[in-house]
Design a protein around this ligand. Structure first.
Ligand code: AMP
Length: 193
């Protein structure tokens, strides 16, 4: 079983790279952002609630996203592994994920962390906002809030995973293919451990 976390700030390219990894390694790709956006477009109660947080670039409450992930993991006992994208985003989420996976004897194998500077993140998100239709990609102050939320709530996870010796940093700048090659190398190192 290969369980990977694709980690990084908003705009680091997690979704793009997760697609490559998913296809190469036959993993189930779990993007909490995508799952939440699907709930919004289906007009579910969860979607209506989540939208309030997402449009301002704030985090949806831990218990909501943890519950979503738990449901999906429990419904997919036969997969080769998972690639988590945009989850966990807080220490509470990471602890809950560890407990879930350890109780099933399928712990996180490694965390691939995409490293990109703040100005490039903002430029990428504004560019994506022209085509993504995402409210949270179109406004510079919402983007700044997303990056601030990342710094405050999500960056502490770097130490959480470094302490577990599961952190693999990857330069997230350059062409999509160059980055994909670096991600593949990091995954090979994770597999060789
Ligand atoms: P993303 O598509 O990963 O950029 O996520 C878009 C938005 O969905 C975030 O700004 C949050 O509002 C929400 N979201 C996605 N994943 C999580 C998570 N793990 N915890 C809390 N909120 C999340």
């Amino acid at each position: 079983m290969l369980n990977l976390v694709l980690f990084g700030p908003p705009g680091a390219g997690k979704g793009t790279q997760a697609e490559f990894v998913k296809n190469k390694e036959t993993l189930l790709h779990l993007s909490t952002g995508e799952i939440l956006r699907r709930e919004i477009s289906n007009g579910t109660e969860l979607g209506v609630e989540a939208k309030k947080w997402m449009d301002g670039g704030n985090l949806v409450p831990d218990e909501v996203v943890i519950g979503m992930i738990r449901n999906i993991i429990e419904r997919n006992p036969d997969v080769k592994g998972f690639i988590f994208d945009g989850f966990p985003r807080t220490v509470a989420q990471a602890e809950a994920l560890d407990i879930m996976l350890e109780s099933m004897n399928i712990p996180i194998s490694g965390v691939v962390s995409l490293e990109v500077g703040e100005q490039e993140l903002t430029d990428r998100l504004l560019e994506r906002g022209k085509v993504s239709g995402r409210v949270d990609d179109q406004d510079e102050s919402i983007i700044a809030n997303r990056i601030a939320v990342y710094t405050k709530n999500t960056m502490p996870l770097l130490d959480y995973y470094k302490n577990q010796e599961k952190h693999f940093g990857v330069n997230g700048t350059g062409s999509i293919e160059e980055i994909a090659d670096r991600v593949a190398e990091a995954i090979q190192r994770i597999k060789n451990r």
